[in-house]
Design a protein around this ligand. Sequence first.
Ligand code: UT7
Length: 312
Amino acid sequence: MSAAITGLGTAIPERIITNADLEAYLDTSDEWIVERTGIRERRQAGPNDTTASLAIAAGAAAIKDAGLVPDDIGLLIVATATPDQALPAVSAFVQDGLGLHCGAFDVSAACSGFAYGLVTASSLLAGGTIKSALVIGAETLTRFIDPNDRSTRVLFGDGAGAVVVQPAPDGMGLLGWDLGCDGSATHILQIPPGKKWVEMDGREVFRRAVRAVVDTSARTLERSGLTAADIDWFVPHQANQRIIDAACDRLHIPAERTIVNVDRFGNTSAASIPLALADTPVKDGDVVLLAGFGAGMTWASAAIRWQKEAQS
Ligand code: UT7
């Protein structure tokens, strides 16, 4: 048995921060940001937004989209790098906020977290004990970025995306996946102990990111018995237009089949892939390849043959 995405929902804060807004107080320019990253604007959590509140809004929308009610959900996974507090997990607040009656835990794999969560949920569903799972990627990254650090402030944004995963017949849903981590690179993207803000060696992350996306995607394609030509929609983690372009080039996936929303949302970490999925004009039978990378370094990819309706 396999597992398919049968519901999708998103939540984005109302406040838009444009490049012009950043130009007004940082030594940066719209031209630099667009040319080096492709980002034009990003969302910023308002005073009443939390990682949990964004996750709850996205999760409620996904449950509704799947035609389910909260009691139908058998497992909740929240992927986030920006929990509202260290203890307890964000998923506990989300479980309560959505009125779920099921197990709930967080996944901390930075920008790869959503794909890690999706693979975990799908594997548990395949075991047959649960009939549906809710996987949410939710972040309030702007709260962990030094507002005066131009090298990170321009990149990151807030938001949440959620999917419901349910059993699918063999050959549909999740076809293959790859998860990885190289913990020798923890220092290139981190909030060091006792510090408040994200610190990043951007060039090193860039270099490793392209390689990670290409290698993990190639492994997932091979395990799924697919080639790049079979991919209808490539949904990469949205960190930088140039990383996406370089990865697509090496994977031989054309731009027309690649989903990009980094221009509107910047890098929303674990929320980026589900937010991009919501922009994907996918139809039943299409093959979707997801690929993420992030702090750790972690990486994750999954190939899915789309089937919106759950197996009856
Ligand atoms: O989800 C994973 C998280 N992170 C990433 O994926 C980030 C991966 N890295 C990147 O996307 C890129 O490396 C950045 C966008 C962070 C930087 O782009 P770059 O082309 O690698 O620039 P750079 O770091 O090599 O910096 C070039 C110059 C530097 O000035 P000098 O030393 O040449 O005088 C920077 O100080 O650009 C400067 N710079 C800026 N200038 C204007 C750095 N940030 C800015 C800025 N505005 N916001």
